[in-house]
Design a protein. Structure first.
Length: 239
């Protein structure tokens, strides 16, 4: 049994639990409520705390509130994640949006030692992670996996990319030097060589990444035939 098959089986077993189904619904609603009110406070531009800047917490939130556009944006993101969590059809998207926000908040509360709030945010982060695990079947397509190799030849592709980006790097360096930007004119030939090497490395990395992207043709026919044979198998089975 492969690791993917094991995780799929474990996930299906967990999702059949009525107790966990109720717990998941409870967690979604609780996390939504925990984000909605503080999110609306930020959207409306209301200060989050009355503490003065003489404390670490008050100093942070005072600076946070002074960055009005960012302050309101974070609040809008929190409200959006909360609303998405409330509806079953959008709960997965809500969990995906919720997680990076609460992780950021957790580290903020840890960094400024926000009394008991830091423990609450840790629990909220774990609850958010649980919701992502609950929707594993919908998210597993974006998890790291061995990609299907394309039919492109890496050596030739890497050479073309390396040469092209090396030339672009030298050309870009010459433009910057002629405009005397960032003192590039003082680097001389060494700067041009460094730009060429950096461009070549960038090109090789791009080529390596492109090689891992299926081109839409290689292996597609075999995949279709496997799907068709799998679909026809029950029809050809003996009665």
């Amino acid at each position: 049994m492969s690791q993917t098959q094991f995780l799929d089986g474990l996930h299906q077993h967990v999702k059949r639990s009525h107790l966990l189904q109720h717990f998941t619904a409870f967690t979604r609603i609780l996390l939504a409520l925990a984000f909605f009110t503080p999110g609306m406070v930020k959207v409306l531009g209301i200060p989050f705390t009355a503490l003065g800047p003489e404390t670490a917490v008050g100093y942070f939130f005072s600076a946070f509130h002074s960055a009005d556009m960012w302050y309101r944006f974070v609040g809008l993101a929190q409200v959006t994640a909360a609303v998405l969590l409330l509806f079953p059809r959008t709960a997965t998207l809500g969990a995906v949006l919720y997680f990076p926000i609460i992780v950021n908040i957790m580290f903020v509360t840890l960094a400024i030692n926000f009394a008991g709030t830091k423990y609450i945010t840790i629990l909220m982060t774990l609850a958010s992670l649980y919701l992502l695990c609950w929707d594993y079947d919908r998210l597993k397509g974006i998890l790291p996996r061995r990609p299907e190799r394309s039919g492109r030849r890496f050596g030739r592709l890497a050479a073309v990319y390396a040469f092209g980006f090396a030339a672009a790097g030298v050309a870009g360096f010459m433009v910057l030097a002629s405009l005397r930007l960032a003192n590039t004119q003082l680097m001389g030939t060494g700067g041009a060589v460094a730009a060429a090497v950096a461009g070549a490395i960038f090109g090789v990395v791009c080529a390596w990444h492109v090689r891992g992207i299926p081109d839409g043709r290689v292996g597609s026919g075999s995949a279709v035939r496997r799907d068709e044979s799998a679909a026809a198998a029950p029809l050809n089975a003996p009665a």
